[in-house]
Design a protein around this ligand. Structure first.
Ligand code: WTA
Length: 632
């Protein structure tokens, strides 16, 4: 097998050379990268695609199992190296180092447990668990036997969980009795109990004892620790076609129900691994920590798959940055001598608000590379991160990508290409971004702003939306035919560096979480005293964006605390992360004559604008703008 290191750039010249190769002859390029992995059968064809159908097939005819690449492959060289370094929520509890050998053993055992539940290749398994090592074991055990994992972030409500389980008809649910998050103990099991009342497809549920609570177990519910007793640790890896489904991960759309993005085995493996090595420039013995949750794509690609494929040590943190106090992240960096630290701008902004002594009391000298992901990083936060955490000596990789892209698309490569505050900078090797004008024409000049699009497939592009290929086509391939359209705007500087300017649709990114405004409105409207509502995003110091809801009530004089009830309604339907910062009761909403809510105006009001609303005379009800302003 060839060594992937030979294709990981170490200098700017290497990057330029490899980038050119990857766009001049993408198939030859990706074939060389693919040859550094373990396959059961080789491909007949590297790539076939059609942006109109849309259809993308990478490494057709090949077969593999991603867990053999994540685990088995490393056993001959680095069996005792730590694969997962677990840091629990409670700093007084011991951290745990799980070697590649041990992780392999636990994955095989649990894969056999899943088989005993009648789970076969192609079956969907829902995972709703806290950030503990068993979550990684669960993910890999599914992949081992060819079951499709659908991880649902454990902060989602029972309604959101049920909707995701039902959409992909999961057969088994893996969960825990509860979870620790900072000083809170969250009763996951009762959320699960409520969800399962609405889910017919689940035949068995396996519950990890995490908080040792006294929970009631229903029919077909068993304890994790009982299930793994006396189970063989030998489990042959299922042979998967390169294009077989590896996982489904739900992401919010601007309208309608969440989209179950489907990723496939071969292409995702190659791209998550290759980007990890390129972007972070991980070297043997480095300790890499990504603070995301595995419930999001960042955790899938850059806590689990990317690092493990590279034989790296990946830190899993159960807790939150504020517990026991705001120095927790920096305590962990010092404690585990973290070399790579990858987090979200919202976390940086929150941490920067606290006394700098909380940073300074820790030895951060082990750090070599910093990263950010999830939303644009503002200059002030970038500078704070650079100066106080990186001590002005660590490159900062600002990585732009999406659930749909599977891996990092625009970024600098740590220490290899230049970073620039607020810019995601350059395309990853193999990625061909363009800016389009509103008419869909490519903008060739630099220092322009436009709509970001990608004009050639890459191995980990999502293959479809589970159960709804038409929607996949409509959302990503219809507005600008012949391109992948991610829904973000961008601009370029004189050197062709990209800066993401934000979403161009109704998705708002709050603290790094994608939230569609329509589903939140739907949740508000469920309340019997609500006539109509509109939710918009506005800039927020720490969260990046926050939500403001404008709500028309049926009875404004009722005694119930409507703001409280609306928040509860949203928590119940979607989850606490979707609660608006501000709820304003309004007598009406600005509408066009065709009845469309003018969100543009509401966005301005939410951002503090008092007078410049453009021409509002064509509105159905122009007087309403003033009335909303008076009350705001
Ligand atoms: C936004 C997270 C600016 C963007 C990996 C994208 C970013 C959406 C960045 C995807 C960044 C992500 N700079 N914006 N570095 N990274 N975004 O699916 O709007 O949770 O479309 O994937 O987050 O969010 P998702």
């Amino acid at each position: 097998m060839k060594n992937i290191d030979n294709y990981v750039p170490k200098t700017l010249e290497d990057y330029n050379r490899l980038y050119s190769e990857s766009v001049i002859n993408p198939e030859t390029f990706w074939e060389k990268i693919a040859e550094t992995f373990l396959w059961k059968k080789k491909w007949n064809n590297v790539l076939s695609f059609d942006f109109n159908k849309p259809e993308f097939k990478w490494f057709e005819g090949a077969s593999l199992n991603i867990t053999e690449n994540c685990l088995d492959r490393h056993l001959a060289y680095i069996p005792e190296q730590t694969a997962i370094l677990f840091e629990p929520n409670d700093p007084n509890q011991k951290s745990e180092k799980i070697s590649y050998r041990e992780l392999h053993r636990r994955v095989c055992v649990f894969a056999n447990v899943l088989k005993s539940k009648n789970i076969r290749k192609g079956d969907r398994v829902c995972i709703y668990m806290p950030m503990v090592p068993e979550l990684t074991v669960a993910v890999l055990a599914c992949a081992r036997i060819g079951a499709v994992h659908s991880v649902v972030f454990a902060g989602f409500s029972s309604t959101a969980l049920a909707a995701r389980i039902n959409d992909s008809e999961c057969k088994v649910l893996l969960t825990a009795d509860g979870s620790f998050r900072g000083s809170k103990v969250i009763d996951l099991k009762s959320i699960v109990d409520e969800a399962l009342l609405k889910c017919d497809s689940i035949k068995s549920t396996i519950v990890l004892k995490r908080i040792a609570s006294d929970v009631k177990m229903n029919n077909n519910e068993t304890w994790w620790h009982n299930e793994i007793e006396d189970v063989s640790d030998y489990c042959e890896a299922e042979e998967m076609d390169s294009e077989d489904m590896l996982f489904i991960l739900y992401t919010s759309g601007s309208t309608g129900k969440p989209k179950g993005m489907v990723h496939s085995c071969g292409g995702y493996m190659i791209y998550s691994s290759y980007t990890f090595l390129n972007v972070f420039q991980y070297k043997t013995n480095d300790i890499y920590w990504c603070t995301a949750d595995i419930g999001w794509i960042t955790g899938h690609s850059y806590i689990v798959y990317g690092p493990l494929l590279a034989g790296a040590t990946s830190v899993m943190f159960e807790g939150v940055p504020s517990y026991p106090d705001y120095s927790r992240f920096w305590n962990i960096v010092e404690k585990h001598k973290i070399t790579h630290f990858y987090t979200a701008p919202t976390a940086i902004r929150a941490l920067a608000k606290h006394p700098i002594s909380l940073v300074k009391s820790n030895d951060l000298s082990s750090l070599k590379v910093l990263g950010t992901v999830g939303e644009p990083i503002n200059e002030e936060a970038w500078n704070w991160y650079n100066k106080n955490i990186g001590k002005s000596k660590c490159p900062i990789v600002d990585t732009w990508w999406q659930t749909e892209t599977g891996g990092i698309m625009l970024t600098s490569l740590a220490g290899v290409t230049n970073d620039k505050p607020t810019y995601a900078t350059k395309p990853m090797i193999g990625i061909q971004p363009v800016l389009l004008d509103k008419g869909g024409k490519e903008i060739k000049e630099k220092e322009k702003e436009g709509i970001l699009a990608i004009k050639y497939p890459w191995p980990s592009i999502a293959r479809t939306i589970y159960g709804n290929h038409d929607r996949y086509k409509n959302v990503y391939f219809t507005a600008y035919p012949g391109y992948y359209f991610p829904g973000d705007g961008a601009l370029t500087d004189s050197e062709g560096n990209y800066r993401i300017t934000g979403r161009v649709d109704d998705v708002v990114i709050v603290s790094g979480h994608n939230l569609g405004t329509a589903p939140i409105e739907d949740a508000i409207n469920l309340h019997e005293n609500v006539v109509e509502s509109a939710v918009v995003g506005y800039p927020h110091d720490i969260k990046g964006n926050a939500l403001r809801a404008f709500v028309i009530l049926l009875d404004e004089n009722s005694n119930i605390d409507m703001k409280k009830e609306i928040k509860e309604q949203i928590s119940k339907t979607i989850g606490p992360i979707a609660k608006p910062e501000i709820i304003q009761i309004v007598p009406g909403l600005p509408k066009t004559r065709s009845g469309k809510i003018m969100r543009r105006i509401l966005r301005k009001i939410a951002s503090g604008e008092k007078e410049n609303f453009g021409d509002i005379s064509t509105l159905l009800n122009p007087e309403i703008v003033k009335q909303i302003l008076i009350k705001s």
